[in-house]
Ligand binder design. Sequence first.
Ligand code: DGJ
Length: 738
Amino acid sequence: MGIIVHEATGVFHLCNDKISYIMKKMANGQMGQLYFGKRIRDREDFSHLLELGHRDMAPCVFPGDTTFSLEHLKQEYPSFGTGDMRYPAYEICRENGSRISSFCYRGFRACPGKPGLFGLPAVYVESEEEAATLEIELEDPLIGGKLTLLYTIFEKLPVIVRSARFENVQEAPWELARAMSISLDLPDCRYEMLDLAGASLRERYVDCHRLHQGVQSIHSMRGHSSHQFNPFLALKRENTDEHTGEVMGISLVYSGNFLAQAEVDTMGTVRVMAGIHPEGFVWPLRKGEQFQTPEAVLVYSDQGLNGMSQVYHKLYRTRLARGYWRDRERPILVNNWEATYMKFDEQAIYNIARKAKELGIELFVLDDGWFGKRDDDTSSLGDWTPDLKKLPGGIEGIARSVTKLGMQFGLWFEPEMVSRKSALFEAHPDWVLGSSEREICMGRHQYVLDFSKDEVVDYIGDRMEDILKGSPISYVKWDMNRSISDLFSVGKGKEHQGTVYHRQILGVYRLYDRLTRDFPQVLFESCASGGGRFDPGMLYYAPQGWLSDDTDGAERVKIQYGTSYVYPASSMGNHVSAVPNHQTFRSVPLATRAACAYFGAFGYELDLNLLTEKEQEQVREQVRFVKEHRRFLHTGTFYRLKSPFEENEAAWMVVSEDKKRALVAVFRSRQPVNRGYDRLRLAGLCPDLEYTISDRDYCCFGDELMEAGLILSDYASGVRWSEAVQGDDTARLIWVCA
Ligand code: DGJ
């Protein structure tokens, strides 16, 4: 178990009872990749898995030996210029312009536990027994470079965490032009690539296609992980479904530009890699300086896509998310954004908070529009002082009135931005990203602050701390509403410019780090125009994130379904909003909007005073439901059962750890007419336990529910249908309890 090293053969075998990861020092000194997958028994030598073969035309490392070509060998962290024709994992440019490198094995270190990564988010352990870490040290004397490949294997999870660290150990400087977090060569390419693609308001839709010869990739070059692609991909076998079959996932713990790609070569092997996007990235290293890549989390499952997701959920909920709120029940909130947008005064805010308290809601969040002269989105970002016209008592006044009601108070910030119309921009025009010689692109009338400059990060941190210290604030919504376009840091030299994308996100992490340290009990929720930065990096600082600006109940079913491939329910900020919905103009029933939102960090985003008496009664009941079940909903095992991307109906369920309780949710998009027969096979139950089913007058054993299935067809005997589940956009919640 852990790390097995066969020094005589140069074989390293990382294993637990679920997986094996095997690599080897090759004849040329570089590291070769031999196997990743289900646990196999150990042996002294696995060299035959390298598959050395006679290849006449291939560039060969040893003169006269046509069998050793990096064009064909499976490698750990492939380099440029030594015979490999595929994309390299890294590239170094020396002063003389050469990009050739060859890092060879020098030694290894193995230790229990897992060290943290300075300045970067990372998964962690709470005791040394939970994981073991291997560091493989390589050197290229000609470059004067040291390269450390880091591997952590978790004891109880099929997880390998990988990253790389570069160091310049000689006088002459060099530049890193590419530094992936992971590269993995697999011996065949019979996979489908599954990723989460989309756009603003339809984030993380499931996308799946067969691998074919060439490169297929997902990426962001927007300065944030983006609405368009999530930093995650999975390679699954064609017959792998949600419950059975082989799949491996790669998730990058990073919030900035990224690239993840699968490259199928002419010999039918695949090289998959993920890391910081090389476009616009050049990192100079002088003597003694190091560069640490973000880490990638590799998960293997032979129990289908649900098996993979459940591993990510567990790891990310308990060993990536941190702090006071990690294991605590999240407060039910009401946010005023869709209720008032920026047009509010103290009374309007107070009225929503008072009604919320009456209905049992626990936290009021004041969104955008409370500062400077922010009556619309054309001004004031960066001027973090309350608008006394709207809030005569300032933030302190409204926060105290709300907390006097017995509610917690939360506040919105957009720390990384500045409006063109703002005192901050007037005073510091050189604090924004973009060239002062040109007109800088605006997005939502705002510029991006240059967080590659420490003084800018410190200034914004001070302003936020002033507000947070002065008032009883227990929650912060951290928004970010535009991508980086004009990449240039004013006043900094040429050397700095290729580091700006990455430094920008390091600045964001540094500010998060400062605020979460100084205010450990404040609950942070990340947001980026909805889900434009919903990634593992953010989850390290903020245990929940706003999923999407699309609050339509039917759309959220898809967004939550896609997001669940990687992220736990506890990380998904889900709000019930008003109808007709502000994005789709659709009117989804209140019960459906809530049923979907239950599977996340629950809240409302509407003017509660505009609800009818009957609706208020429904809200009271929903709040009661969440208070009773939120711990179970966040910590239970989540199973996807039916995909909204494929059918008229979507379904998922959560099962308690002891398998005695499960909640099944079935969402129907359009009401069918004279519907045919339909059953839903449940998952994760105990075959031998007998379960009551909340909407029918008979019991079933777990094996029947998982194999024969739960009858969903209308008019089936023994099933109690409620009127609420007739019509379009309905939800059925069914309790299955032993
Ligand atoms: C985008 C967010 O996603 C919304 O929830 C809201 O906070 C607005 N920004 C405010 O400008």
